[in-house]
Write a protein that binds this ligand. Structure first.
Ligand code: AMP
Length: 413
C-alpha cells in the first residue's frame, strides 16, 4: 500500500515524499483512516514503529481542512509525551510533515529557561507538544489555555506512569474540553494503563502492532558471555571494527555511562553520555553530535534513551543486560527502524544469565551466542568480585583486524 491510498491531502503527501516515505508502516495503515474519521484511538505501539506520523499526519490534515480564521491562533491539538527528547522529536516531525500547510507548532519542556517557549506561544500556535510538568507550569502562569483543544494525544502512556506523571496527566485532562478527539498511545497495555485509557477515550478503536515480534525479527542479536571486569576491553575491541560507524551503548546507571565514556575517550573514540544528570542542552548537544556522526558512541541509560530517534542507527550494545525484559526490546528497538538493518550486541556476565533467560522467554527465541571472542567468561560463579578480579584483563589473543561480530549472512538461524 502507498500513502496515496490513505486519502492524504497533497501538501502532506508532498512532504512525506520528500522524506522518502512511500509505504506506510502497519500502525500508519491502521491508525490514519480512523483518526481522519474523527474517531478516538487506542494505539498499542512503541517508538520505532512510525507511530508519530500515524497521529501527526491525520492531525495536520484534520486541522488544515477545518481552518479557523481567528486573528490569534489557538491551541487546537495538544500532544503530551513523557520526555524532552520525545517532545522535541515529535515537534520536529509535525514541522516536517506539515511544512506545506499553514499550521504552526511549538514545543514546551522543562529543565530550560521558559522565555523562548513563552515567546513562541505568544503569537498563538495550532499544535502544542509538551511534557507534563512544564505544560502545567505554563498553564498555571496563564501562558497556555487548553479550552480550544480539538485533538488530544497522550503518547507513551506506560512510560508516563513509570515516571510518576499520573497526577499531572489527570490535571491536564481536567483542563481539556469534554468534546474532543483523543488518541492514546502506549507500548504496553497492563491493567492500570487500560483503566487510564478508559478515562480518556470515548468509543475508541484499538489498533495494535506487535513491536516485540517485529523488532525481534528484524534485528540481528548476539550475546557475548564475559566477566564483568572485561566488558570495557571487549567494547574497545568491537569498536576496532570500522563497519560500526555509530553505536548506542546502554548502561544500567548514570555513573556507569560516564565511566564507559571516560574509557572510550582515553582511546580516542569520540563518545558522549546522555542521562538524567546532564543538563538539557548538554543532552541535546550529545544527541545532535551523534546524529551527525561526529560522535561515534552515545552511552545512555534507559530513561534518557527513551525517545532517541536516530535514522540509520545500526548498532545497539547492551553493556549490561537489563533486569526487565521489556527494556531489552525497547533498547534494541532503537535500531532496525522502519525496516532498516539492525544489530544488537549484549555483554552478559555470570550474574546476568538469569536476565538473559527471561529475555529469551519474552522474545521467544534464543539469542545467538558468540563464543569466539578474546574475553570469554571464566568466572561462572563470582562470589563477590574483588578489586583484583574486577580489574583482571585477559590478554588479547587476537589481532586488531579480527572481525568480532559475525556476519548476518553466516548466521545459523
Ligand atoms: P517513530 O515510531 O514515530 O519514532 O518512527 C520511527 C522512524 O521511522 C522515524 O525515524 C521516522 O522518520 C521513520 N518513519 C516513519 N514512518 C515511515 C515510513 N512510512 N516510511 C519510512 N520511514 C518512516
Amino acid at each position: 500500500m502507498q500513502f496515496e491510498s490513505l486519502n492524504i491531502i497533497e501538501p502532506i503527501l508532498k512532504s512525506l515524499k520528500e522524506e522518502g516515505y512511500t509505504i506506510p508502516t502497519p500502525i500508519q495503515v491502521q491508525a490514519i483512516p480512523i483518526v481522519l474519521q474523527g474517531i478516538d484511538l487506542i494505539g498499542c505501539a512503541q517508538t520505532g514503529t512510525g507511530k508519530t506520523a500515524a497521529f501527526a499526519v491525520p492531525i495536520l490534515q484534520l486541522l488544515s481542512k477545518n481552518k479557523t480564521f481567528d486573528r490569534k491562533k489557538k491551541i487546537r491539538s495538544l500532544i503530551v509525551t513523557p520526555t524532552r527528547e520525545l517532545a522535541i522529536q515529535i515537534e520536529e516531525s509535525f514541522k516536517v510533515y506539515g511544512r506545506y500547510t499553514e499550521l504552526t507548532c511549538a514545543v514546551v519542556f522543562g529543565g530550560v529557561n521558559q522565555n523562548p517557549q513563552t515567546k513562541a506561544l505568544r503569537n498563538g500556535v495550532d499544535i502544542l507538544v509538551a511534557t507534563p510538568g512544564r505544560l502545567l507550569d505554563l498553564m498555571n502562569q496563564g501562558f497556555i489555555s487548553l479550552k480550544d483543544v480539538e485533538i488530544f494525544v497522550l503518547d507513551e502512556a506506560d512510560r508516563m506512569l513509570d515516571m510518576g506523571f499520573i497526577h499531572d496527566v489527570r490535571r491536564i485532562l481536567a483542563s481539556l474540553p469534554q468534546k474532543r478527539q483523543s488518541l492514546f498511545f502506549s507500548a504496553t497495555m497492563p491493567p492500570e494503563i487500560v483503566r487510564l485509557a478508559g478515562s480518556i477515550v470515548y468509543k475508541p478503536v484499538k489498533v495494535e502492532v506487535t513491536p516485540s515480534a517485529s523488532t525481534v525479527d528484524i534485528v540481528d542479536q548476539f550475546v557475548y558471555f564475559i566477566d564483568r571486569g572485561n566488558k570495557n576491553s571487549l567494547l574497545l575491541e568491537l569498536l576496532k571494527d570500522e563497519k560500526i560507524k555509530t553505536a548506542l551503548v546502554f548502561t544500567r546507571t548514570k555513573y556507569g555511562a560516564d565511566k564507559v565514556v571516560r574509557v572510550l575517550k582515553k582511546k580516542n573514540i569520540s563518545a558522549e553520555a546522555i542521562h538524567g544528570n546532564k543538563a538539557q542542552n548538554a543532552r541535546q548537544k550529545a544527541l545532535s553530535g551523534f546524529k551527525a556522526q561526529t560522535t561515534r558512541v552515545l552511552v545512555a541509560t534507559d530513561i534518557a534513551a527513551r525517545g532517541i530517534d536516530v535514522d540509520d542507527l545500526e548498532y545497539v550494545i547492551n553493556f549490561e543486560i537489563p533486569n526487565i525484559s521489556e527494556t531489552y526490546v525497547h533498547r534494541i528497538g532503537r535500531t532496525g527502524r522502519a525496516g532498516a538493518k539492525g544489530t544488537a550486541i549484549s555483554f552478559c556476565d555470570a550474574e546476568e544469565k538469569e536476565y538473559l533467560k527471561d529475555i529469551e522467554r519474552l522474545i521467544t527465541k534464543k539469542i545467538q551466542v558468540v563464543d569466539d571472542h578474546p574475553f570469554p567468561l571464566i568466572d561462572n560463579n563470582p562470589v563477590k568480585p574483588t578489586k583484583q578480579q574486577f580489574n583482571s584483563r585477559i590478554p588479547n589473543r587476537f589481532g586488531s583486524s579480527r572481525n568480532l561480530i559475525p556476519d548476518r549472512r553466516n548466521l545459523r538461524r
